[in-house]
Design a protein. Structure first.
Length: 121
């Protein structure tokens, strides 16, 4: 269980980064991508402070993840990312009013079961 605090910190910061990205994109709206508009799209996205917060959270998450990997086996660490899937599912329903469905819930429960099996190894 060496490095677990760094791994969990990374997962939670990653989740917060995703939430920040989604909140920022809800302010911007759907982006219609076109190769000639890459610069304009970049300015549109990165002019939002909430998007920059998401990038910062991702950077700190990556730093924490790397430290965690120096202490834990990758085959133990990588399944910890599934905690993020679970949190994103529930936070998306709660914060962004995304649809809740039984198949999504069952899938999330299956992920939880896999996480428990790996964590006990």
């Amino acid at each position: 269980m060496k490095g677990i605090s760094f791994l969990l910190t990374s997962v939670f910061l990653n989740v917060l980064g995703q939430i920040a990205f989604k909140a920022g994109m809800l302010k911007i709206g759907e982006i219609m991508f076109h190769p000639t508009k890459i610069f304009q799209i970049g300015v549109q996205i990165f002019s939002k402070p909430i998007i920059l917060l998401g990038v910062f959270l991702y950077a700190v998450s990556a730093f924490s993840w790397i430290i965690g990997l120096s202490k834990a086996e990758l085959s133990f660490a990588y399944p910890m990312l599934s905690i993020g899937y679970i949190l994103i599912f529930f936070l998306s329903v709660w914060l962004f009013r995304e649809p809740f469905s039984i198949p999504r819930l069952i899938g999330t429960i299956v992920v939880c079961g896999g996480l428990v099996l790996v964590a006990r190894s």
